[in-house]
Ligand binder design. Structure first.
Ligand code: SF4
Length: 380
């Protein structure tokens, strides 16, 4: 499907499904691969990107994974030089690459700089080696600090740090230490996620076999509250359930997802969402490469969202933002007010003090924030 290039801007996600090693908790679409497959994959990516040339106004690019920084310098250069060939650098407002502290080098950072990357998301998860070992990360806390310093030294002024809380055996003290080290580094953005035990991961199996023990739910909630209070005291805006940013550094790319607007995904398993149609690329890396080479359809999934589901999903995603959703915007997109279709649910949630209207904005209350998943299911 093509849209007028001058229509609303889009976000472009590029998936690199390779990692140096699988982490114990990870069920993301990624694998350890040899150079030859990676090179073939990069070639396929460029071909897929080529097909989009000039069709969309791309304002944000996010290269994620997997581990984009697992690419060597020449692979990284091939990827990034291919991107600027099809998307003018002058159009891009925000250009993020995910970096693993265990695979970053000075030369790779120089390549990122040369090709206009202006935001880094550093997968730190924890600064404590005991915890990193348990999570199966390939880096130490010291590696994370060094990677951050190296990025700063090369002029990156917009860096996100990812942290995980609620890990087995993690204490409040451990978590506070992680937050403290992060604050000393002074990133522009910080994401704090609760650990999830995804089925069939080594960590979930260890949990099942009682080798590790889950922290209690109330402990996890207190850790989340601790993060909110610690980070807001340090002048980070808590702008999304799991995300905190200094003024002006909210992630523009992810905002597109949270507002349920159009995005394009390139690469194996990547999803796109255009004019209410959601598609996903073939997940299997070799099948994806083959499909691109042979010019066959690489979509494994294709769904035109019914209007009521599209509207419900838009409310759910937007409620993740602390500012909530503006009724006027919703009206402009769907042709009716939120109350017209979801009045019953909203009244019920208001009665329980979980959502509120602030002017024309529907948002989660503080109470609603801590049970956000339950609130969201009301709209489905
Ligand atoms: S580095 Fe990220 S994508 Fe790769 S295995 Fe670890 S958590 Fe998963």
């Amino acid at each position: 499907m093509t849209e007028n290039k001058n229509s609303s801007p889009h976000a472009l996600y590029i998936h690199i499904p390779f990692c140096a090693r699988k982490c114990n908790y990870c069920d993301f679409h990624s694998m350890v691969s040899e150079t030859k497959t990676i090179n073939r994959y990069l070639h396929a990516l460029e071909k897929e990107l080529q097909a989009f040339r000039g069709q969309y106004l791309i304002k944000t690019i996010y290269i994620g994974g997997g581990t984009p920084s697992v690419l060597n310098e020449s692979q990284l250069e091939k990827l990034l030089s291919g991107i600027v060939r099809y998307i003018p650098a002058s159009e891009i407002q925000e250009y993020t690459v995910e970096i693993n502290p265990g695979t970053v080098t000075k030369d790779k950072i120089e390549v990122l700089k040369e090709y206009f990357v202006n935001r880094i998301s550093l997968g730190v998860q924890s600064f404590q080696d005991r915890q990193l070992k348990l999570l199966g990360r390939i880096h130490s806390g010291e590696d994370a600090k060094n990677a951050f310093a190296l990025l700063r030294m090369h002029g990156f002024q917009n860096i996100n740090i990812d942290l995980i809380f609620g890990c087995p055996e993690q204490t409040f003290d451990d978590w506070e230490k992680d937050l403290k080290v992060a604050m000393e580094l002074n990133p522009e953005h910080l994401s704090a996620y609760a650990l999830t035990y995804e089925d069939e991961t080594p960590l979930a199996n260890d949990l099942k076999n009682k080798i590790v023990h889950r922290v209690e739910e109330f402990v996890e909630l207190e850790m989340y509250k601790m993060a909110i209070s610690y980070l807001t005291r340090n002048r980070y805006n808590h702008y999304e359930i799991s995300n905190f940013a200094k003024d002006g550094y909210e992630c523009c790319h992810n905002r597109v997802y949270w507002e349920n607007r159009g995005y394009i995904g390139i690469g194996a398993g990547a999803h796109s969402f255009l004019r209410g149609v959601r598609t996903a690329n073939e997940k299997d890396i070799l099948k994806y490469i083959h499909g691109i080479q042979e010019n066959t359809d690489i979509k494994s999934f294709d769904e035109c969202l019914p209007q009521n589901l599209y509207a419900a999903e838009t409310i759910i995603m937007s409620l993740r933002l602390r500012q909530g959703i503006l009724n006027a915007d919703f009206y402009e997109r769907f042709g009716y007010a939120i109350e017209d279709k979801f009045g019953v649910q909203i009244s019920r949630l208001q009665k329980h003090g979980l959502v509120t209207y602030e002017g024309d904005r529907l948002k989660l209350t503080e109470k609603g924030l801590f049970v956000a998943d339950t609130v969201m299911t009301e709209f489905l």
